[in-house]
Design a protein around this ligand. Sequence first.
Ligand code: NAD
Length: 322
Amino acid sequence: MNILVTGGAGYIGGTVSRLLLAQGHTVTLYDNLCHSRREAVAPGATFIEADLADRPCIERTLREGRFDGVMHFAALIEAGESMKVPEVYFRNNTASTLTLLEAMLATGHNKLVFSSTAACYGEPEFTPITEEARLLPTNAYGESKLLVEQMLTWLNRIHGFRYASLRYFNVAGAIEGYGEAHEPESHLIPLILDVALGRRASIKVFGQDYPTKDGTCVRDYIHVQDLAQAHFLALGALEKYGRLIYNLGSGQGFTVREVIDSVQRVTGKSIPVEEQDRRPGDPAVLVASSEKIKSDLGWQPQFPELDQIIESAWKWHQQRHT
Ligand SMILES: NC(=O)c1ccc[n+]([C@@H]2O[C@H](COP(=O)([O-])OP(=O)(O)OC[C@H]3O[C@@H](n4cnc5c(N)ncnc54)[C@H](O)[C@@H]3O)[C@@H](O)[C@H]2O)c1
């Protein structure tokens, strides 16, 4: 297949594009490198350095590429930042996605796999969270993605546009030769691994008084390779279905303290902790039910254990810094 991957120089887009290339697919990456580096571009992919907001460029890329599907990862991803400059998130994540969608409609492309997020749910009413749960984001990042989901619903209804919206929980881990390196880094596992490598003095833990077993927040971690597999299944299923919405997590929740313990176990290093106050907009517990994608598409995670996820990330993190 011939696939366009937006945000393809980022962590998840870069992983998915490497796996697509390894399967023999043709891949074009579209990224403005605002949060990535040229060196992250997968060898063997065609690379277009451009912003999604550049309508002539994205339209030309689509017209010339004649893709079988688009995987749309490009976005700004920091919930905390989105609460300081929400307008930047609505411009980059919502308005630029509309530009992509208009260009897809104009060029006759009608299959999209969209990177949505657990942040669409906000503070959950029940756990594990199913796709039917109330959508009420507690940060502008989540809202910027939910707005895209709403646009997609209408495009599907009116134009028959086919899409899969995948609501990821916390993505982590690495494949051989490629892993998580956000710039700047805000995600827990790479930050703790930096402490294990001596690149940071300690890990900040935000909030010690949540109603959880040790007072720290509970999150659900999914291995990036399992997430990639879900994208391949979803794109394939769009041959048959017009509108798919799936949660993607492991279904298991771990407190921040348990993640730190896992890193200590895997790396053999001791991790100093700096206790901080709660951050606004952080729900206490976010755990996915991924039963729907399992039963509909037969998705099965290969790396469901937290230690496995951290082992793969640790291996890559060490290589990266040697
Ligand atoms: N990492 C996670 O745990 C997680 C969880 C839920 C959802 N997501 C979603 O998955 C997607 C990928 O996340 P990631 O962790 O790989 O982030 P990332 O920052 O590593 O990758 C995003 C890429 O998009 C590019 N980009 C951003 N805006 C762009 C624009 N306007 N035009 C062109 N390129 C642009 C950036 O340069 C970057 O390379 C995002 O949409 C994110 O919201 C990620």
